[in-house]
Design a protein around this ligand. Sequence first.
Ligand SMILES: [Fe+2]
Length: 427
Amino acid sequence: MTKICCRVACRPLARVVHNMTALVVESPVPEFNVAYINNDMPVTPSPSTPTQKQPVDSCNDVRNPMIAPKFWTGEPSLAPVVYEIDCSAYDMTLGLEHPENASLVQEMLDRYEKIGLIHLRNTRLTDLQVMRSWANRIVEGDDSDYKGGANSRGPIENNVYDTGAPKEAFLHYHHEMAYLKRSVGTVAFCSSASIDDGTTRGAMFVSDSVRASEDLLSTPFGQRLKEKGITYIRCLTDREAYKHVPKGWNGLDEVGVYNHWQRSFGVETPEEVEVFAKEKGLSTQWGPNRYLKTKFRTDVFEYFPALDKNILYASVADDSMWHDNWPGVQQLPTQENYEDATMFERPLKITYGDDTEFTREELLQFVDVYDKYGLPLNWKNGDVAVMCNWRWVHGRPSYHLEEDEERTLGVVLGKVFDRRGQHEGKW
Ligand SMILES: [Fe+2]
């Protein structure tokens, strides 16, 4: 049996069963009440938070005004004919093992090996489970171990969870689960409801990380990333500290909350958190109000055996910039330093591996390099896309839905692997 679970373009889920493939469904979310968030925020920065000091080069200032990704240049970095497969000649409901579908399966495997990206078009499939079975021919997921610092999501039906990201937020390009010592090699997406109006509204974008790597490594910033690595700071609030705070945009998280450590780790005590955090390779520190702060230092590049090469495996998606237009969290300032971080600041941040800060120019460059090699996947109902999590990053702009529109995207997460970081001599 396959486990279906969800994440929105895919921050990890807290409670997921092991040894199963995860199908994440990105579904419509309740309308966000802007007036409520702006005017009625129940938490305010404490007197000691740096927002009130406003140093000229504060981390918060470095990220303002907001740096919005463009996702592409307006022209796809790769011709669609290279990665799109027209399935109209096949009856995919017959399954992968049917002789009439053998040539389609072979084409999927061949193109994936060569490019690391396939987009199945005109499948005429309507059932997410059937789409998942096709994606799984390549994904071959075997684990869904996603505890540790994700946003909230809840089940929307049996074994199916909402994806956790609001449509109002753009999602920066990212490799899935880059911020943990265990990541996934492949990610797939299945569309059972799409906007499909001839524009890129509701589209996902993917960017060629191999070309982005070469580009970035030719610059001083890329060389600094190679030398210093990256530190992921991810903080989680205590559910008890928000007992009397109203729920926000998704009816699950209180205003000011990204996720509580109880939900993220699926535990009730700090002692249990410590056990899971250690398993994940996270160092931890507890702040006021049982605010859990975690740190993970790793390489920015990751060795990819199939190409025998180190590939860029990080982005700004794990920075406070992730929350630039995230309802309920966007109003919080970027934390100035790990030691003094509080629940009144945004929970995520990246620094160099030696804990030094990124400059605004460097963050801009980090966003630009992926925008340069991006292309849109314009979903139609029944589409399935499979991508190598080393060779491609994915993200999406914010979008809106008209009254009669729906956008449902399932995510299948592949085999988990232990990150090995960059290898010497493999550039
Ligand atoms: Fe994702």
